[in-house]
Design a protein around this ligand. Sequence first.
Ligand code: GLU
Length: 496
Amino acid sequence: MTSTSTEAPIRVRIAPSPTGDPHVGTAYIGLLNYIYARQRGGKFILRIEDTDRTRFVPASEQMIFDSLRWLGLGWDEGPDVGGPFGPYRQSERTEIYREHADILLANSTAYRCFCTPEEIEEIRKQQIAAKLPPRYPGTCRHLTKAQIAENLAAGKSYTIRLAVPPHKGDLTSSTTFCDELRGNITFEHNNVDDQVLMKSDGFPTYHLANVVDDHLMQITDVIRAEEWISSTPKHVLLYKAFGWEIPRFWHMPLLRNLDKSKISKRKNPVSLIYYRDSGYLPEAIINFLGLMGGGMPGDINNGTEQFTLAEMVEHFVFTNIRLGGPVFDLTKLKWLNGEYLRKLSPEDFFHQVRTRVFGDEYLRQIASLMQTRIETLTQFGDLTSFFFSDNVVPSQETFLPKKRTLEETLAFAQDQLAVLEATEWTHEALEPALKKLGEEKTWSVKENFMLLRAILTGSTMSPPLLESMVVFGKARSLDRVRRFLDAQKKLATQRK
Ligand code: GLU
């Protein structure tokens, strides 16, 4: 990459969608964008991509802010800090996207599609049956002005689609773009769908909003995960349709589970809240993420693989990033976290324990569950130890209901996990959701709650379960159930 003094000042962004707990992948991409901006005296922008209202989780945005700040990845412009290119929340920019969709309709690089969802579904089914990739066949692409006017007058609802340049027989047209880590990548247009840009409810899809915002926010470098490579030809076509300059694209390797599949909560905790609540230090997580995919020279700090964020800004080389999937190895992260714990002064270590394990607010909430349940103060520890430990292993006598087999109990615990994942973490939401599951599977309330109590607390006795779960937190509770199920699966394979 060449940089000249006349080149536009560097501006990069992360654009997370507030659809749940903030993801370690967001922190990884956030870290890389942060380093890139800081190395080049540029600006790092946080944009919230909340156009998909069906997946919107209200608490998620604040969790994204909190966890990125906790990691030390502050931004220069964003919804909460403002900036000259706002608003930085896509839901507040709807009018901008509508105006831009109109530009594309006017220059015929997009068209109105009046096909109904049922018609689209029918086409999709036929294509799947014929082993063809599901793709819009362009039915509405050639409607005449009169037909369009007629449909509009009849009040028919429509989406707006990108008119991907046509392709015929061998004369396929294609789009090529440069990925800074991979070189040129070409997509034949017969592999690119006429992407919906505006939905029938008048809201944009990710593709339109993302390109319009990257342009208007003067983003020079799009640094994002490689799962977006297949969207990039659509984005490039959009830049061309608007007549805009195309930013540089850097697609970063996806974090992987140990088995090389894309990182997922089934195999690794992926929530940053989990790592915060489970006693990891932000410095260790940042260091660990900095090791993913390379980029840091191997000899830094005598090859200890330990370095700070400031050292990353000083030494990180983007073109040294390796494209083979970096493995998010929890054992390594734990080791690194231990190293960072040992670097603390005794006083700082004590402070971490005092605030992160036995924080005042946490203790106050637990104490309020205990006052009516103990006779001496020291019994406090007997009933609450599960709040402070990492590893809880209930014995089979503890978790297995008398009249149930191991198999059906584990299947039910798996169902409980699915319900917990999908439920808002409040007493009011959790209780009916768990009870409904019990009714569906004919598990009594007692069996249902005793099983969950055993998994979460390791015991048949605890302060009230739902209140305890709310205090303990969603991320750690889910992780405990997942680890229980994993451990039981391992035991089952050993028995075979
Ligand atoms: N909203 C997308 C996400 O959630 C942004 C992808 C991009 O950076 O273009 O990851």
